[in-house]
Write a protein that binds this ligand. Sequence first.
Ligand code: ADQ
Length: 478
Amino acid sequence: MSRLIVISNRVPSPRAGRSAAAGGLATALHAALSSYNGIWFGWSGEVTDNSHELRSKVHDGVTYATMDIGQADFEEYYNGFANRTLWPLFHYRIDLAQYERAFDQRYYSVNQFFARKVFPLIRQGDLVWVHDYHLIPCAEQLRLLGVRNRIGFFLHIPWPAREILVTLPKHRQLVRALFAYDVVGFQTRNDLQAFHDYVINETGGEVAPDGTVHCFGRSIVAEAFPIGIDVKGFASLPRQPVARRHARRIKASTLGRRVILGVDRLDYSKGLDRRFLAYERLLETHPEHRGKVLLLQIAATSRGDVDEYRQIRAELDALAGRINGRFAEYDQAPLRYINRSYSHMALAALYRAADVAFITPLRDGMNLVAKEYVACQSHHNPGVLILSRFAGAARELTAALIANPYDQDDMVEVLQRALEMPLEERRERWKALMKSLRKNDVIAWRDSFVKALTRCPQTGNAEVVRPRLDDRVTGSSG
Ligand code: ADQ
């Protein structure tokens, strides 16, 4: 079997495993790499201007190779181009996207730095799998160093509609970088179609009937590979003694109320403000629920250095305070809002305890929380999944109650329907949801991507067009 080399922006600690906190990428890749004699390469999470030496640790047959990045890289590449430019843009928030040439240049120079650092680890026959929007130009830089291995790319976030993408200065340069890969994977067919639309209408490229995309003098395989979870692993968690202890604490604290649960990273794309407002409206218009329901929202703080994240946090603090001020009694509050992350064991207990999962992102590549919630339900008495139509997961989990987070009346109606749903309907829907979860679990996701990469013609894109002079970057971050 070929070795697998995974390259991602962040590499979690080898021991993080199941207790890994926020971050869908980490969770999914941990499961994916364990059966390969693989290498996981990327940033350690440390910022230092002294040394950018590569450190490696072997754990469970997987080599974790990491290096630090410098302060300017952190500001301009990570907080800058990745999280201030690409993240909002790819989540349809052109109003929040900030573009600075310094961010852009740093993005390319850090990608060059990643490529140079990982280059000595790559052997003939290795499959290289690059992850997410931070590293789109990584393959182009590897090709310039002479790497002829098969290289795949998977985008965890949505691929935006063409009219959104073209607001990015040098969007063409970014898209062209994707053509240094052999296989490019998206979460859903929607994302794939948006990519095709760009290629056909902005560049004059072509999509062949077999799905091969021809553009910039290159051919790549582009497909949708919807990411899944470790279904069996999650389903077994609520029975573990630690999860049972959490379950007892949760039960004692909810005072017999029905629990509506939200679990997210604290991010404006997750639609938490609209979720809080819909819940407030439910309490306003359906007084029979007051004192009978609890919205338990776990929102682990993320990217606290970026202004927009501080702002959404302040807005949510104010909203949560207002809702509790309006509807709390001296012995109970209708909203419990928590800014921390929990282990998967604690999350599993929360998922099992929740009558309703209220997962309403404004835009989400997939959303693994929705899948984890379903996997953790009991077949006797499953809860109800409410899922935004703008989460990639809604394409597969069609037996969920699908909501439009931009329509407050719809959100209230769907909540009401979830709270009233008879047991038989809950069971029917849950069975259908589990069926789709099992079909597309994390192993199926990994295998289908690796298969596509193994099948594509070797060195197909090795003689990649060299970046034009004005696209080149000088100096490395190291
Ligand atoms: P995220 O935006 O991080 O991932 P999501 O898919 O929901 O979103 O994954 C979150 C993961 O982190 C889950 O495994 C969940 O258990 C965990 N998590 C979330 N909030 C948590 C909290 N408060 N405490 C503890 N754990 C928490 C990106 C994309 C998604 C895509 C994934 C995987 O934005 O659309 O589904 O990658 O491809």
